[in-house]
Design a protein around this ligand. Structure first.
Ligand SMILES: [Zn+2]
Length: 132
């Protein structure tokens, strides 16, 4: 008895069973006694997520001590909340801190704000990141 009609009924039956299973699962998980189980699962998921985050941070801290874009700039260049008019940056050519000429605000590929300008003494490009 293999006719087109029976396959359609099988398909419909499968659909109904699938819907019923989904509904049952919904109902089952919304029951009072299932709430404790769900809370437990959520707690475990949170613990796992925390562990994964810690592992990821440890791995990033070990492999990449500094963000990629900052590698181009010398280490001593770090903002200390100075006012806008006194923007200084370390010039690699002068090997000294220089006031930044024509500072422009740029955004790095990692989303962090930074300042780009030129050295007033040797016209070398200056770069520094801004602390948020
Ligand atoms: Zn310079």
């Amino acid at each position: 008895m293999r006719r087109g009609g029976s396959t359609m009924w099988q398909f419909l039956a499968g659909l109904v069973v699938g819907l019923a299973l989904g509904w049952w699962l919904d109902w089952y998980l919304s029951r009072e006694d299932a709430r404790a189980l769900r809370a437990e699962v959520a707690q475990k998921n949170a613990a796992i997520a925390k562990l994964q985050k810690e592992l990821l941070e440890a791995r990033q801290g070990g492999a990449h001590p500094a963000p990629k874009a900052e590698a181009a700039a010398p280490a001593p260049v770090e903002a200390h909340g100075e006012p806008e008019e006194a923007i200084t940056a370390y010039c690699v050519k002068c090997r000294a801190k220089r006031p930044m000429q024509n500072p422009r605000r740029v955004t790095l590929s990692n989303g962090r704000p930074a300042l780009k300008g030129t050295c007033p003494v040797c016209s070398t490009g200056l770069f520094r990141t801004i602390k948020l």
